[in-house]
Design a protein around this ligand. Structure first.
Ligand code: NDP
Length: 445
């Protein structure tokens, strides 16, 4: 395989799908050598088969708002690859959702799920519906209308969706309620469920906790810890609050959080009480970043800016794709940042990653660092299948173990001769090998 030639052909086939093409190129560049050293992959057409989803399902989602006006959104499910287990990946509700974004997320999900060591394939789905500013009943009606189509193609052993941007516990509840009514069964068909109806303890905070467990391992390779460090965080959603909580617990001071309109800088640190306040605000479905700056003293709001200009030891982007570019990376490096670890999927641009790695700063890619979310979803599926509910301590211990194992795997495939760890390479090669070998075992299907 020649990556440039391969990407040329793929770009012609999928013109304009920028995020998807970006994600594919990143993986191919990491695995090119391993792929070419194993001619069995080439002769089985593994790459050609891996980069195309098994199928893409699109549907319309008609729903009525509180005034009775009819709205129509687009719904999608991208079932990418199920070589190692049922399709698995979140649902994103956000106006920026396009097929390209869902294909990039579904493609990444294949390798992330493979890294968890649990039997889960890769998928992603969602809609261009914007939950922001919508009433609870509007969100419920939308979720029900969405599930009216989605339920036909999902199942506990077929395809198991979860949350993502704009889809938290409440939305999963409305989606699952409708699924149960249609399918007439209680099964682990969605993860991120509420505790009273099949959910797992620790799942809400799992992605964020996992990011911090992973970053802790990374810091350990240079003899550092979270204790006494300052942390810049972006977003304040499903992922970011768990990150803030665990980093604070480990003795770090989280000094920023952000939204699409800017970031807040709180030099005193976002304490546990402040996190509680933010969680209450989040439940209102309104903007939350600016109100934070009004509520607490000595907090600065930086309109239309990103948190990466603040001098910190650790940066944890947890909002969205391509939110940390080369200039941001350079600022962090100039300010002495030790570690950049991704809570979000693909938040750093390719140029930013290149700069970070060139300066030998610790860099943890999302597909490894945020895999604790889907890892704990896998644990939720296991508990559902056994009709059991493990205690929080047990789930947290398993999550911790999953993150430590992923870190070990990254070291195994990513350690360079000079000792620097290329976590991108480590994660991509390890994730790829398991799926590719499974595809070989399963034959041409
Ligand atoms: P949420 O919707 O819960 O949170 C996203 C946060 O980011 C919100 O605070 C949002 O602000 C903010 N945000 C959105 N767009 C921007 C932007 N352009 N600039 C700055 N801030 C922005 O989503 P999640 O926390 O679930 O997901 C965040 C990221 O983590 C995504 O990349 C997702 O794919 C990834 N991820 C999520 C997992 C999960 O378990 N949920 C698992 C693994 C990865 P506002 O609400 O004001 O719009």
């Amino acid at each position: 395989m020649n990556v440039d030639k391969f990407m040329n052909d793929l770009e012609k086939k999928h013109q304009g799908e920028i995020e998807y093409l970006q994600a594919v190129r990143e993986v191919l560049e990491s695995i090119e050598k391993v792929y070419n050293e194993n001619p069995q992959f080439e002769s089985a057409g593994i790459i050609e088969r891996l980069v195309e989803p098994d199928r893409v399902i699109t549907f319309k989602v008609p729903w009525a708002n509180d005034e009775g006006n009819v709205n129509v959104n687009l719904g999608y499910r991208v079932q990418f690859n199920n070589a190692i287990g049922p399709y698995k990946g979140g649902l994103r509700f956000h106006p920026s959702v396009t097929l390209s974004i869902l294909k990039f997320l579904g493609f990444e999900q294949i390798f992330k799920n493979s890294l968890t060591t649990l039997p889960m394939g890769g998928a992603k789905g969602g809609s261009d519906f914007d939950p922001k500013g919508k009433s609870r009943s509007e969100i419920m009606r939308f979720c029900q209308a969405f599930m009216l189509e989605l339920w036909k193609i999902i199942g506990p052993n077929t395809d198991v969706p979860a949350g993502d941007i704009g889809v938290g516990g409440q939305e999963i509840g409305y989606l699952y309620g409708m699924y149960k009514k249609l399918a007439r069964e209680n099964t682990g068909v969605l993860t991120g469920k509420g505790l009273n109806w099949g959910g797992s303890l620790i799942r809400p905070e799992a992605t964020g906790f996992g990011v911090v467990y992973f970053a802790k391992e990374m810091l350990g390779t240079i003899g550092e810890t979270f204790l006494g460090k300052t942390v810049a965080l972006s977003g304040f959603g499903n992922v970011a609050w768990g990150v803030a909580q665990k980093a604070t617990e480990l003795g770090a001071k989280v000094v920023t959080l952000s939204g699409p309109d800017g970031f807040v800088y709180d030099p005193a640190g976002i304490s546990v009480e402040k996190i509680e306040y933010m969680l209450e605000l989040r439940a209102t479905n309104e903007d939350i970043v600016r109100p934070y700056s009004y509520e607490f003293e000595n907090v600065e709001f930086h309109q239309d800016k990103r948190p990466w200009e603040i001098k910190v030891d650790i940066a944890l982007p947890c909002a969205t794709q391509n939110e940390l570019d080369i200039e941001d990376a350079q600022k962090l490096i100039d300010n002495g940042c030790l570690c950049i670890c991704e809570g979000a999927n693909m938040p750093c641009t390719p140029e930013a990653i290149e700069t970070i790695q060139k300066h030998k700063i610790l860099y943890g890619p999302g597909k490894a660092a945020n895999a604790g979310g889907v890892g704990t979803s896998g644990l939720e599926m296991a508990q559902n299948a056994m009709k059991l509910c493990w205690p929080a301590k047990e789930v947290d211990a398993r999550l911790h173990q999953i993150m430590t194992n992923i870190h070990e795997t990254c070291l195994q495939y990513g350690k360079q001769p000079d000792g620097y760890v290329d976590y991108v390479k480590g994660a991509n090669i390890a994730g790829f090998l398991k799926v590719a070998n499974a595809m070989l075992d399963l034959g041409l299907v």
